[in-house]
Design a protein around this ligand. Structure first.
Ligand SMILES: Cc1cc2nc3c(=O)[nH]c(=O)nc-3n(C[C@H](O)[C@H](O)[C@H](O)COP(=O)(O)OP(=O)(O)OC[C@H]3O[C@@H](n4cnc5c(N)ncnc54)[C@H](O)[C@@H]3O)c2cc1C
Length: 230
């Protein structure tokens, strides 16, 4: 995939939850990427600039845009700029970047996607892109959030689970009881890990702890792929 650098315009900026926004940016037609990859966005405030990385939410088949799903951290350098970015504002974007991509010729029959918070973004892109073409595999998504009010993309995942019988959606809340699963992702990992490939994305603790548990269960390193946000 060739690396592109371009000016991207904000097409939409809306709140998904109290602290997660959906930011849609324009992209040139020739911009292509693989599901799971990320872009860097040049963020400027009144005194300095920093390059920040964000996973692409939309599948590559939806062209001409880059949708992002961004956790707004109070006082965070990029968070404070992005939460206020208005339609028409332009950012310098570079991408695609990263190797956290779905392995097409993987022979394993089960694909376990594990995401914490906005770490679900590249997993959403992978599901949208690959579910229709891999009817012979079973896909599972463990999506970890603190409380019910933190849920986002919930209906989209529910609809995917309805549409594809080979996809199981497991949202799990760590700080609230509800009708669904509770507890950390680690509690919902399969006991038997044979013939399974794992894709993990989120903050450092979630990624490292999950990897460690999988290693202890005997998963080969080549069957665990991860992307760390911190
Ligand atoms: C490859 C890659 C892809 C990424 N993709 C995404 C993405 O799709 N969506 C996204 O929201 N972030 C993503 N991040 C994290 C993102 O780049 C920034 O670190 C994040 O937006 C915070 O930046 P900030 O300048 O607002 O805060 P900063 O001023 O840099 O830091 C504030 C604090 O926020 C914490 N923090 C950073 N990210 C998160 C998070 N997601 N949830 C909770 N706390 C956090 C940091 O540990 C730090 O303590 C990605 C990071 C990498 C390396």
């Amino acid at each position: 995939m060739p690396l592109h650098a371009f000016q991207a315009t904000v097409l939409e900026n809306k709140k998904l939850t109290d602290d997660v926004i959906f930011l849609s940016l324009s992209a040139p037609k020739e911009f292509t990427f693989l599901a799971g990859q990320f872009v860097t966005v040049r963020i400027e405030n009144s005194t300095e600039f920093r390059l920040k990385s964000y996973s692409v939410l939309n599948p590559p088949s939806e062209k001409g845009k880059i949708d992002l799903c961004i956790k707004i951290v109070d006082g965070g350098f990029a968070s404070e700029v992005l939460r206020k970015a208005k339609k028409g504002h332009s950012f310098q974007v570079k991408g695609p970047l990263g190797h956290f991509v779905f392995e097409e010729d993987d022979q394993n029959k089960e694909i376990w996607l594990i995401g914490g918070g906005t770490g679900v973004a590249p997993l959403y892109s992978m599901l949208k892109e690959h579910l229709p073409h891999h009817k012979n595999k079973r896909f599972f998504l463990i999506f970890s959030l603190k409380e019910k009010r933190d849920l986002f993309l919930h209906q989209e995942f529910q609809q995917l689970a309805k549409k594809y019988a080979n996809f199981t959606y497991i949202p799990t809340l760590t700080r609230e009881k509800w009708k669904g699963a509770t507890g950390r992702v680690q509690e919902h990992l399969p006991t038997n890990v044979e013939n399974k490939t794992f894709y993990i994305c989120g903050l450092k603790e979630l990624v490292l702890e999950t990897k460690e548990i999988l290693m202890k269960k005997g998963v080969a390193l080549k069957h665990v792929k991860s992307e760390r946000y911190s």
